[in-house]
Each structure stands twice: as C-alpha cells, then as structure tokens.
Design a protein around this ligand. Sequence first.
Ligand code: FMN
Length: 143
Amino acid sequence: MSKAALVFWSGTGNTEIMADAVEAGIKAGGAEVEVFQAADFDSSKVAEFDGIAFGCPSMGAEQLEESEMQPMFDDVKDSLSGKKIVLFGSYGWGDGEWMRTWEDDCADAGADRVADSVICNETPDDEAKAECKALGEALAKAL
Ligand SMILES: Cc1cc2nc3c(=O)[nH]c(=O)nc-3n(C[C@H](O)[C@H](O)[C@H](O)COP(=O)(O)O)c2cc1C
C-alpha cells in the first residue's frame, strides 16, 4: 500500500481541522498516512513516503510560520524533486498570497503538486472540510 506523510503546523487549530480532513481523505483514497507536527519532520524522512501533504496557515506577513514550519520546509525542500505533494492552510485577512509563494517555492524545488491547493478563511466550514478530504483522496490516488 502507498504511504503518505501529512506534515502540518497550526497555531490556533484551523489548519489542524483541515489536516484531520486531509488525513481522512488519504485513508479514503486507499493509502496509509503518518501524521507529523512540522517540528517532528525532516529531510531524512522524505524518502520513506510516496507523497506528502503539507499544511500551514498564513503567518508573519504572508509567510510560512517561521520558527518550526519554515525551517522544516527549508530542510526538506532539496529532497522534494519529483515527490508528489499537496498543500493546504488557513488564512485571515489576506488574499492567499502566502500559498502562491509557497506553490512557487515547491515548483522551484521540482515537487510534483498533484492537486490544486486548498486554502480557507479562518475556521474551515463543511465545504472547506470536504475540499480538504478531496485533496487527501487526490494525493492518495496519485501515489
Ligand atoms: C502572527 C500572525 C500572523 C498572521 N499573518 C497573516 C497574514 O499575513 N495573512 C493572512 O491572511 N492571515 C494572517 N494571519 C491569520 C492566520 O493565518 C489565521 O488566523 C489562520 O486561521 C490561523 O490558522 P491556525 O489556526 O491553523 O493557526 C496571521 C495570524 C497570526 C497569529
């Protein structure tokens, strides 16, 4: 069975709710999933997984969270070439700029983003949770 990592950071729980739905989607799509807090994942683990779902809210000024998520992502970035990934996260007052920047960084790293990213404003509603579940299923089916 294919195996996915789900790696996320969440400060106030919104991206964590999204992560729960992505996890359910990966399982529904027929893959195994191992869940990591951002601080517990690093480049040495990337090769263990057929694909990775990364989640992080917009923090700083349209940036990834800087104490755990960004350092982890900087570490794994060079290992992502050809790796199947998806991205998700919650935002507040912005327009999703952080996600566009993050997608560009993933493209520069040569990652294979297999589905459109899912972003949602603050706490995910039922529609956003369904989008997250579909995101997880899309990743699982691409593996
Ligand atoms: C320190 C800080 C910086 C933030 N910066 C942004 C930002 O630049 N753009 C934005 O749209 N939302 C910003 N937000 C709002 C969060 O992205 C939003 O509240 C999100 O739902 C938090 O997700 P979480 O519950 O998973 O931590 C910021 C929130 C905090 C606490």
